[in-house]
Design a protein around this ligand. Sequence first.
Ligand code: ASP
Length: 349
Amino acid sequence: MIKNLSNLKAGAVLLLCLSANLAVAQTKEEKYVMVIHGGAGTLTRKNMSAEKEAAYRAALTLALQTGYNAIKAGKSSLDAVEATIHTLEDNPLFNAGKGAVFTRDGRNEMDAAIMDGKTMMAGAVAGVTTIKNPISAARAVMEKSEHVMMVGQGAEAFAKQAGITIVNPKYFYTKERWDGLQDAIKEDSVKAVLDHGSKKSMKLGTINHDYKFGTVGAVALDQAGNLAAGTSTGGMTNKKYGRVGDSPIIGAGTYANNATAGISCTGWGEFYIRNVVAHDISAMMEYKNMSVADASQAVLDKVGKMGGDGGLIALDAKGHVAMPFNTEGMYRGTVTEDGKIVVLIYKKD
Ligand code: ASP
């Protein structure tokens, strides 16, 4: 009897220890070191072939692995963001670098920005047509000039001087994007179209054109605890010459501050500019002490109420991540400190 009682006690103690361990395991939060997006839009399983989905998942995995390797090797979050975005700019699946959409007059005019959360230095280029990797030109503006933003030919001349790779504008041509422009013109010769099928441009889907989904962005947190954010895009199909979206505008499409978060947006740029989305998220965190998740959702809700669609990624200095969107899907992914990569596309992935 006495023996049985002590056995019982031992069992109870063991159970207590086990549940305490479980509680510890459950509360141990994963620390994210990088989050990326490849555009938000009308992304449904129905519209996606298995091959296409596999290609996107592979591209996003490569991008995350590239950023993770940089962070693991002790490089800065800026290096990680730049290297990650290179892989996406070089991939014609995305509306950035090779694969950028066409303007009304048949050009590829690209925008990009990068920001350092530690120093709050920032660099951006807009309307560039010859820079192979616009994100690197943005970084050169930040690091090698006293300016924040350069546009058009001036930005291209500066990039060349800074040793950035310059290409013939033909490099950016892809048949899919060209056909996309022709379809958009047929439908409405003056209306710019989000490459990821906004609610208002959904009817373009009926002419079987896939307006997808491809502005790219990355936010990273390095081993020194510093955040950086970057965004790169071709903008909107059929946009008027000289149109600049939110991506290269610091505080609208791109922002980073170690005290709050790094943020990169994708969506209908005009709404993101008017809501100063990225900075608004940072400000809500700073002034109202909101979490990165709550602030991101609150600001995206404002965009949605005004009629804008899209999404964003945000990462705070403690490694908390947010990836809200008000479209049917968003190409997105994360990597945690331990190297675990997660890639998501749909609302319910
Ligand atoms: N925000 C970008 C722009 O308006 C487009 C996008 O995210 O797809 O230029």
